[in-house]
Design a protein around this ligand. Structure first.
Ligand code: TNX
Length: 487
């Protein structure tokens, strides 16, 4: 059986069919611009994977293998899901077909995973018919670039890995006590003067408007939306260190490079506060392609209940004024939130009553449970980096959970999907980041994509080992957990 992650809805392999040699392989695009664009992307990806040039051509060489890429309204998924696709490598030519650009792109990722290596014959394509569609429409990663900054080239590497496992959301945590990492045109001093700090003391910087534009374009080409987060009213020391007017005593706070959370806050009744919120959210909405802004709402531990609730209402209103929809961390549910506010669940220690009440008001949820999906948690107690407040998170912990039944009293059909999350207090290099992401990110990919009855830990373990061969070739670091028999 081919080693595809996330496990597709259905994979059939013809009995006794031997794999096809990639020699002479070409890609043939359908007539539309979308088909051409995806074919060019497939050419780049497959050429790198196979180590031979796989060009886009008008027609196959006589006798040589070809894959046609076609948009086809009837293709993919048994339930007509827009992101579905079909890959068939048993026909001549072979085909990737899908109803949407995203489906076609996902099909290409599956085709990549049908490549195998044989010691004698070289790179081969396994024969299979794959019909597939995702369980959830929201499949994301929260990435913290506030505690330690990660520049564009590393973010693009992360996007490439997300795309390979059919994720479609990159949620960037852009601001926190340790830094303001996005240019805010109406408040230029924020990024300019509050980005020279970080937890490591050496991963500083911020995304300029041009960087953010490039990042969104790079992500969009790979069918990934970038959801930006400005965290308020807690986690705001990077702002209060610049603006004394956001403090009751009028004095800016000290800059911060520590690990503690929950000490910083905005103050509702100050005249500068609401204009600050409207300015930075207006700026953010102006540069964001996605329909959502994330405005945080977590761990505002120094705020009283009343003041916190006023902030949540103000944040909801300020986002609505920009024309965007709002996402907040789970704490906001207690405020209480509007039904249209999406809640991101993270802390499984919390009393669930506010979430159940929010669900009854009609709220939808994104699931990021710390004890399964927080990829900054240590794998083992003696692991050299990471945190452990949500417990140790080994690969199997990231794999074995069900978003639909996670919060008792929140119906499964109010769950929009899943986000893994990686917080970077203890991570500042590309190698450290990928050590924590891989292999666990692929486990969360399967939780987000694959129906529970198709998931199987023993089978997944063997597919992870195959995936790691590709990570080694691509120079991606990963943690060699003893839960997998690595090749
Ligand atoms: C909790 S998750 C946080 C973050 C920390 C993270 C570390 C969330 C909404 N808040 O501020 O970085 O734990 O694991």
């Amino acid at each position: 059986m081919p080693s595809i992650i996330p496990q597709p809805e259905s994979v059939t392999t013809p009995a006794g069919a031997s794999p096809i040699h990639v020699d002479g392989l070409v890609l043939i695009a359908g007539p539309t611009a979308t088909e051409h664009r995806v074919a060019l992307q497939a050419s780049t990806l497959l050429s790198a994977d196979a180590g031979v040039t796989v060009p886009v051509a008008e027609a196959p060489e006589p006798g040589a293998p070809a894959v046609i890429l076609h948009l086809d309204a009837s293709a993919g998924s048994t339930d007509g899901h827009a992101d579905g696709y079909e890959v068939n490598t048993t026909t001549r030519p072979m085909s990737v077909r899908a109803a949407s650009a995203a489906g076609l792109f996902h099909g290409v990722q599956t085709l990549r995973q049908l490549l195998t290596r044989d010691a004698d014959r070289g790179v081969l394509i396994e024969q299979a018919v794959v019909v597939d569609a995702p369980r959830y429409s929201w499949r994301g990663l929260t990435l913290d670039i506030a505690r330690n900054f990660f520049p564009l080239d590393i973010l693009e590497d992360v996007i490439d890995v997300l795309a390979a496992y059919k994720f479609n959301v990159l949620h960037l945590h852009l601001t926190d006590d340790q830094g303001w990492r996005i240019e805010s045109p109406s408040r230029p001093e924020l990024a300019k003067f509050s980005s020279d700090t970080s937890n490591s003391g050496k991963a500083e910087g911020y995304l300029t408007l041009a960087d953010f534009r490039q990042l969104q374009d790079y992500a969009a080409e790979r069918c990934i939306s970038v959801i930006p987060e400005i965290d308020m009213p807690g986690h705001t020391n990077a702002a209060t260190a610049i603006y004394g007017e956001l403090r009751p005593d009028g004095q800016p706070t000290e800059k911060y490079e520590g690990m503690e959370v929950g000490f910083s806050q905005l103050t509702f009744d100050l005249p500068a506060t609401a204009p600050f919120i409207r300015d930075v959210l207006g700026d953010l909405a102006g540069i964001t392609d996605a329909p959502y802004l994330h405005v945080g709402g977590d761990e505002a531990l120094t705020l009283g209940k009343q003041e916190y609730a006023k902030f949540i209402t103000l944040l909801e209103e300020a986002v609505a004024e920009t024309g965007k929809k709002v996402i907040m961390w789970q704490e906001a549910a207690a405020a209480p939130t509007q039904p249209g506010t999406v809640l991101q669940y993270w802390d499984t220690r919390a009393d669930t009553a506010p979430f159940v009440a929010a669900a009854q008001r009609g709220s939808r949820f994104i699931m990021s449970p710390g004890n399964h999906a927080y990829l900054d948690m240590k794998y083992t107690a003696d692991y050299e980096r990471g945190q452990d407040w949500a417990g140790l998170v080994e690969l199997r912990d990231s794999y074995e959970w069900d978003p639909a039944t996670l919060i008792e009293g929140v119906p499964g059909d109010q769950v929009d999907g899943v986000e893994a999350a990686i917080w970077t207090e203890t991570l500042s290099t590309r190698e450290q980041l990928f050590d924590m992401l891989l292999p666990r990110l692929t486990a969360v990919a399967e939780v987000a994509w694959t129906a529970p009855e198709r998931k199987d830990w023993e089978d997944y373990r063997t597919r992870v080992a195959a995936a790691a061969d590709g990570w080694r070739r691509q120079g991606l670091t990963f943690h060699e957990t003893p839960q997998v028999d690595w090749n």
